[in-house]
Design a protein around this ligand. Structure first.
Ligand code: FES
Length: 152
């Protein structure tokens, strides 16, 4: 009788070890496969409630000679109010290696802090430095003294 009980304990231990081994194999496989699936099928981009259009603020909040970098649909955009060109918006991602550009208020141009690329605040064109292309323009609208960027 005691031998049967001991045999039963061994079998249950073996059963448990088989189950634990199977579980660890499945968990390891899931840990490897889930990131691959996530890479192959990334989640869809979320649309903003306003259809991609973002309120920057009042024109008074962005006086002539100033600029602001803000996220629009999860991407940085620089909105510039220049004396020569009025309110303009461009992608704030440098066309050289992708750093986020800044506004140089003292010299009145858009500047990349990484390799000193410089861009025209009216056209987005490259003034100097390594960027190979101008900053892509982003749609901007001024309605009732409110500045909106992005959208259709
Ligand atoms: S990343 Fe902007 S100049 Fe190099």
């Amino acid at each position: 009788m005691a031998e049967n009980q001991a045999l039963s304990d061994v079998m249950s231990r073996r059963g448990f070890l088989k189950w634990a081994l199977g579980f660890s194999v499945v968990a390891t496989m899931a840990g490897a496969i889930v990131p691959i699936i996530g890479y192959l099928w990334p989640p869809a981009q979320r649309a903003t409630a306003s259809g991609g259009r973002v309120l920057v603020g009042s024109v008074k909040d962005l006086p002539v000679g100033q600029a602001k970098v803000l996220p629009v649909n999860d991407k940085p955009v620089i909105v510039v109010n220049s004396a020569a060109g009025g309110v303009k918006a461009f992608s704030a991602i440098c066309t050289h290696l992708g750093c986020v550009v800044e506004w140089n208020a003292g010299k009145q141009f858009i500047q990349c802090p990484c390799h000193d690329g410089r861009f025209n605040p009216t056209t987005g064109a490259v003034i100097s430095g390594p960027p190979p292309a101008p900053l892509p323009p982003v749609q901007v609208a001024v309605e009732s003294d409110q500045i909106y960027v992005g959208g259709a």
